[in-house]
Design a protein around this ligand. Structure first.
Ligand code: ATP
Ligand code: MG
Ligand code: MG
Length: 543
């Protein structure tokens, strides 16, 4: 897994060889304004795996510089998700713990004549920034004296101005071809309550000022970020240099990961949660790590998937097929295999004695003895999937039960359907069948070939089960439409049925393969009377 090579690894190797760094230090810097999603998993896995590969370490740093959107519940969930992926940060820091140092570094800039307090309105500042090929307009406040700037900045900090009344800007180059260098805003006023520093501060650093300082303060050697920050790199370097930070981190951009038929940005995910379009951040349809976990996705499958997508300098959107294949690979030998029937149809074995039951010892997974074995129960009254029966065999390819046709029941006997019973609306409610005692599984019987093999559950061995099936949240790719209109309203289907009682003592998040159906995860809504299973992935893509 970790032998994979990528362009960032190459840079790190060179930096160690040249002696530029003795140790590799990376960080994962989420803003605690939502739950982590599978795109974040790329950043987490790459940061941790790269540092680990070189014997270095990785910090978790909450990038909490925007009080209005940040909450403690996100702080908590982020930590849990990272641990779930199997990573333990060397240190856990909050950017807000550096506010004092950031403030002091801003004073260095002011003293060097490299920052000024601007009283222009936000609209005016945006307008004066100009556009590509057209130089911006100098602010009338650009030439304030150092003394005046120091005094005004202190007043900003002391809460003497209203929100929006003024900002602190870097004095760089209003004609720069890079718009980010046209006197970017460094500090703004906000009276929002901060989850960590409470009401201590009323000025907050902007991302482009705060982030390089956070990295430099922590001694981060390689600061990995997504591609949209490529144009911000000159400003990143400027901030580190002009604030005279002793340790110089290097920003390296990589491509963002997208997955087809879903949305990833926290802004959109929050909208789905707040509008109650989904049941919460951990809704099993969500691409959040908590949603995927609830659905039954495993950390190993996610890791293998992320590493198989590689790391390049372009954004990429991949189909979920790859992730699903990784899940099947991971669960194949790890999950117990049991029988479950969905939309059950009763079958009475008329030549089997009424009060007899047969216990058949069967391993949970013939490819993994460690999983142990259980008793499958055969009796006069059993259930099969309604889909596994038709009155008349339609064609040669049909390998299930029909009148006059014989199938094998997994682990038990051949049965032959002789008669169907109907309710007054003409629905089939029961099949009368006979079994052949000669055909017991394992007996070596081979005088006849059955018309396929199907699963069953005895009425003496059933666990009432609700099955949740999921489809993609978003079907079309037309992102011009409103998100809530694009949401696939049929993305959660509920079915009912039975599963073998052998798994009655399962725990939430245990995973099973239901023969001929797919892989399922025990949902948190399971009660002592009702097992709730989420389909993780089908056995094979059905289209
Ligand atoms: P979003 O737009 O989903 O809110 P973000 O980039 O604002 O994402 P942050 O909390 O700032 O979210 O992200 C922390 C780290 O995760 C950043 O370094 C960011 O680049 C990275 N990251 C976020 N989304 C993806 C993605 N889809 N693919 C790769 N890396 C990502
Ligand atoms: Mg961000
Ligand atoms: Mg964001």
């Amino acid at each position: 897994m970790e032998n994979q090579s990528n362009f960032i690894k190459t840079i790190m190797e060179q930096d160690l060889e040249s002696g530029k760094h003795k140790k590799i230090v990376t960080r994962f810097p989420p803003e605690p304004n939502g739950f982590l999603h599978i795109g974040h998993a790329r950043a987490i896995i790459q940061n941790f795996e790269l540092a680990k590969h070189f014997g270095g370490y990785t910090n978790l740093r909450y990038d909490d510089t925007n009080p209005a959107k940040e909450e403690d519940k996100y702080v908590k969930s982020i930590r849990e998700d990272i641990e779930w992926l199997g990573y333990t940060p060397a240190n856990v820091y909050f950017a807000s713990d550096y506010f004092e140092e950031m403030y002091n570094r801003a004073i260095i800039l002011i003293k060097k004549g490299l920052a000024y307090v601007d009283n222009s309105t936000p609209e005016q500042i945006a307008e004066d920034r100009g556009s590509l090929g057209v130089a911006g307009k100098l602010s009338p406040y650009r030439n304030r004296s150092i003394e005046e700037n120091l005094e005004l900045f202190e007043k900003m900090r002391n809460g003497e101005f209203k929100e929006g009344e003024c900002v602190l800007r870097a004095k760089i180059d209003m004609a720069s071809p890079n718009m980010n260098m046209r006197d970017p805003i460094l500090y703004r006023i906000s009276y929002a309550h901060h989850h960590n520093t409470k009401d201590k501060w009323c000025i907050y650093p902007m991302y482009d000022y705060a982030h390089p300082l956070e990295d430099a303060i922590e001694g981060i050697t390689h600061s990995l970020c997504s591609l949209e920050f490529e144009d911000h790199r000159p400003l990143y370097d400027w901030v580190v240099k002009e604030t005279e930070m002793p340790l110089v981190p290097r920003q390296i951009e990589f491509g963002r990961l997208g997955i087809e038929n879903t949305v990833m940005s926290k802004r959109y995910l929050l909208q789905l949660v707040q509008s109650k379009t989904v049941t919460g951040w951990d809704d099993p349809r969500m691409p959040t790590l908590s949603g995927l976990r609830r659905r039954g996705y495993t950390k190993d499958a996610i890791k293998n998937f992320i590493l198989s997508t590689g790391l390049s300098k372009i954004n990429s959107t991949v189909s979920s097929d790859m992730l699903e294949a990784a899940l099947r690979d991971d669960l194949q030998n790890k999950a117990k295999r049991v029988m479950g029937v969905i939309d059950p149809l009763k079958v009475t074995i008329t030549n089997y004695p009424e009060n007899e039951v047969e216990h058949i010892g069967v391993p949970y997974n013939s490819d993994n003895e460690e999983l142990g074995s259980r008793d499958v129960i055969f009796s006069r009254e059993i259930y099969i999937d309604r889909e596994d029966f038709v009155l008349e065999k339609p064609n040669k390819k049909y390998k299930r039960l029909a009148l006059g046709i014989e199938v094998r029941l997994f682990h038990a006997y051949f049965i032959k359907a002789n008669e169907a019973r109907f309710d007054k609306d003409g629905n089939i409610i029961e099949i009368l069948a006979t079994y052949d005692p000669e055909t017991k599984s394992g007996s070596g019987f081979d005088a006849r070939k059955p018309n396929g093999t199907i699963q069953f559950v005895s009425s003496k061995n059933l666990l009432k089960t609700k099955f949740n099936y999921f489809e993609p949240m978003i079907l079309d790719t037309d992102s011009n439409l409103d998100l809530l209109e694009r949401f696939n309203k049929d993305s959660w289907e509920i079915k009912e049925g039975f599963v073998e009682k052998s798994i009655i003592n399962c725990s939430i998040n245990d995973k099973f393969q239901l023969l001929r159906h797919g892989f399922f995860n025990v949902d948190k809504e399971t009660t002592k009377d009702l097992l709730v299973l989420n389909e993780i992935v089908s056995l094979k893509k059905s289209y």
